[in-house]
Design a protein around this ligand. Structure first.
Ligand code: CUA
Length: 339
C-alpha cells in the first residue's frame, strides 16, 4: 500500500513537473526559500485532493443510495444527522484547517521578516524597479558600492544573500520562482528578502505586478556563481569602462559622449553620468538588453539604439535616429567593447 501511495505521488509529481517545466518552475526549487514554498504547495494540494475525493464519494453515495429519502423532506433524524454534522461539518474541517495553519506558520518562519532579523548582515544588493528594467546596486556595509548594473543579478551560490527591494516609480514585483516567492517593490518603502541558490545556475524571473504597457518585458536573470567566480565578477564590474584604442571604437565613444546618451546613462571613467537608464559601464558583459527582452548582439544593439520605440514602445529610451551608417556601426562597436 505504502509503495503504491509513493508511486502515485511520484506520478503526480512527474505530471506536475512535465506540465510546468521550463525556465521558471516553482516545482523545481533551486534554494531553501523556494523549497519551503514548494513543499507547502504540495502538502496543500495533496490534502485538498484527498478532501475533494472524499466529498465526491459522499455526494455520489448520497445520490445513488439515498435517492428515495431525498425526494420528500426527510425529518431531522436526531442522533445520526447530528453526528454527521458535528464530525463532518465541524470536527474534521477544524482539524484540517488547524494543521494547515501550523504548516503555514512553519513555512513563514523560514522567511526572515522585519528589521531585526534582517539587519545582520546588511543587504548585499539593492534592486530598484524601473519602468521597465531592473537597476542593481551592489552594497558594502549598507552603502552603495561602485558596482551598479542592470537586469542580470549575480550572486554567490551556497550562501544566503540579503536583498533590498525598492522602486523608482510604480509598484513592481520581484519574482524568481526557483529562488523565492513574489515580493513587491513599493515606492517609498524598503522590502527585504533573503535568497540562496544551492549551486551555480542561471535563474529566470519576471516582474509579477502589472506596472505599465511593457510589464511583460521586465525580465530578470539571476546568475548564481561559485563564490570565487562571483568575487572575480564583482571585482571586474568595479573597474571603470575600458578606454577605446581602435579608431572606429574611439569615434563611437566620441559620438556617444556628444549625443543624448549621456543624459540618461552612466559609463564610469567617461563624462557620462546620467541616472535615468541602465549603467552601461559593463554593458557588453550582460547577456541581454532592454530589460532582458533582447539578446545582447550587434543586430539588436543597432536596432535598440535607433528604434527602441518600435522594439519596446513607451520605454524611456528614444529612437536615436541621428546615428546612421558608419556612425551607428562605430557607436555599436564602442558599446560592444564595454565588457
Ligand atoms: Cu514591473 Cu511589472
Amino acid at each position: 500500500m505504502k509503495t503504491r501511495v509513493r508511486a502515485g505521488l511520484a506520478a503526480a509529481a512527474a505530471l506536475g513537473a512535465a506540465s510546468c517545466g521550463g525556465p521558471q518552475n516553482m516545482l523545481a526549487p533551486g534554494g531553501p526559500a523556494a523549497r519551503e514554498l514548494a513543499e507547502a504547495g504540495w502538502f496543500v494540494l495533496i490534502v485538498f485532493s484527498v478532501v475533494s475525493v472524499v466529498m465526491w464519494a459522499l455526494i455520489l453515495w448520497l445520490a445513488l443510495r439515498k435517492r428515495g429519502t431525498l425526494a420528500e423532506h426527510a425529518p431531522w433524524n436526531a442522533p445520526e444527522d447530528t453526528r454527521w454534522l458535528t464530525i463532518g461539518g465541524f470536527a474534521i474541517p477544524t482539524i484540517i484547517l488547524a494543521i494547515m495553519f501550523i504548516v503555514t506558520l512553519k513555512t513563514m518562519a523560514a522567511f526572515p521578516m522585519g528589521d531585526n532579523e534582517m539587519h545582520a548582515p546588511p543587504p548585499m544588493l539593492r534592486v530598484v524597479g524601473h519602468q521597465w528594467w531592473w537597476e542593481l546596486q551592489y552594497l558594502v556595509g549598507g552603502e552603495t558600492h561602485r558596482v551598479v548594473t542592470a537586469n542580470e543579478i549575480h550572486i554567490p551560490s551556497g550562501q544566503p544573500v540579503d536583498i533590498e527591494l525598492v522602486s523608482a516609480d510604480v509598484i513592481h514585483s520581484f519574482w524568481v520562482p526557483e529562488l523565492h516567492g513574489k515580493v513587491d517593490l513599493v515606492p517609498g518603502h524598503v522590502n527585504r528578502i533573503r535568497v540562496q541558490a544551492d549551486r551555480p545556475q542561471t535563474f529566470r524571473g519576471e516582474c509579477a505586478e502589472f506596472c505599465g504597457v511593457q510589464h511583460a518585458n521586465m525580465i530578470l536573470l539571476v546568475q548564481a556563481d561559485a563564490p570565487d567566480a562571483f568575487r572575480a565578477w564583482l571585482a571586474g564590474q568595479a573597474n571603470d569602462a575600458v578606454a577605446p584604442s581602435a579608431a572606429d571604437v574611439m569615434h563611437g565613444q566620441q559620438l556617444v559622449l556628444s549625443q543624448a546618451c549621456v543624459l540618461c546613462h552612466t559609463i564610469r571613467g567617461t563624462g557620462a553620468h546620467g541616472v535615468v537608464g541602465p549603467d552601461l559601464t559593463h554593458l557588453a558583459s550582460r547577456r541581454r538588453i532592454a530589460g532582458n527582452e533582447l539578446a545582447n548582439n550587434t543586430a539588436n544593439l543597432s536596432a535598440w539604439v535607433t528604434h527602441a520605440q518600435s522594439l519596446k514602445p513607451s520605454a524611456q529610451m528614444p529612437n536615436l535616429s541621428v546615428f546612421t551608417g558608419e556612425e551607428l556601426r562605430d557607436v555599436v562597436a564602442y558599446l560592444e567593447t564595454l565588457k
